[in-house]
Ligand binder design. Structure first.
Ligand SMILES: [Zn+2]
Length: 163
């Protein structure tokens, strides 16, 4: 099962949306881009479900722990919560959502699935001097350590390879 963020709702062919999970708040987001699309996805698209309060709290706590909460809209948090609640793979190009999922071993995939993930790598970026350091084995938030240059906290960041 898959949960789709709004980018996927807009980008994927309608037939691929069937059976996927979304939250009701995403209809308004799609409406902003295309009222026609919004009508179509409501009549023949994914299942619109609201996450439980518990799942939203879990998603919020996870995003706080990874430092991504401030960049996430309420709808983003809801779709993350829905993915968690239903054990659904989250389809998103939002690196914050991807970062939260990665840190909590929740499956996710990018919207365009033609190997584009190969052109991305993880790095540890210093919150102070912004220097980047190689990301070692996957570690949970809080175990990344501190910048050897300035001592500030390191955070996991997804960067695009130059090739
Ligand atoms: Zn630093």
């Amino acid at each position: 099962m898959r949960a789709l963020d709004t980018g996927a709702l807009l980008a994927w062919p309608l037939v691929d949306l069937i059976g996927c999970l979304c939250v009701p708040g995403q209809v308004a987001e799609v409406m902003k881009h295309s009222p026609e699309r919004a009508m179509l996805i409501q009549s023949q698209g994914p299942r619109f479900l609201s996450p439980s309060t518990e799942a939203i709290e879990q998603a919020r706590a996870s995003a706080i722990e990874t430092g991504d909460l401030s960049g996430l809209a309420a709808v983003d948090l809801e779709i993350l919560a829905l993915a968690i609640e239903h054990g659904a793979e989250l389809v998103t190009d939002d690196y914050r959502l991807q970062n939260v999922c990665t840190n909590f071993d929740h499956p996710w995939t990018g919207i365009i699935q033609d190997g584009i993930e190969d052109s991305w790598t993880w790095t540890l970026e210093c919150r102070g001097c912004r220097r980047q350091h190689p990301a070692l084995e996957t570690k949970r938030k809080g175990e990344y350590g501190n910048c050897p240059e300035c001592g500030a906290e390191l955070r996991l960041k997804r960067i695009q390879n130059s090739n």
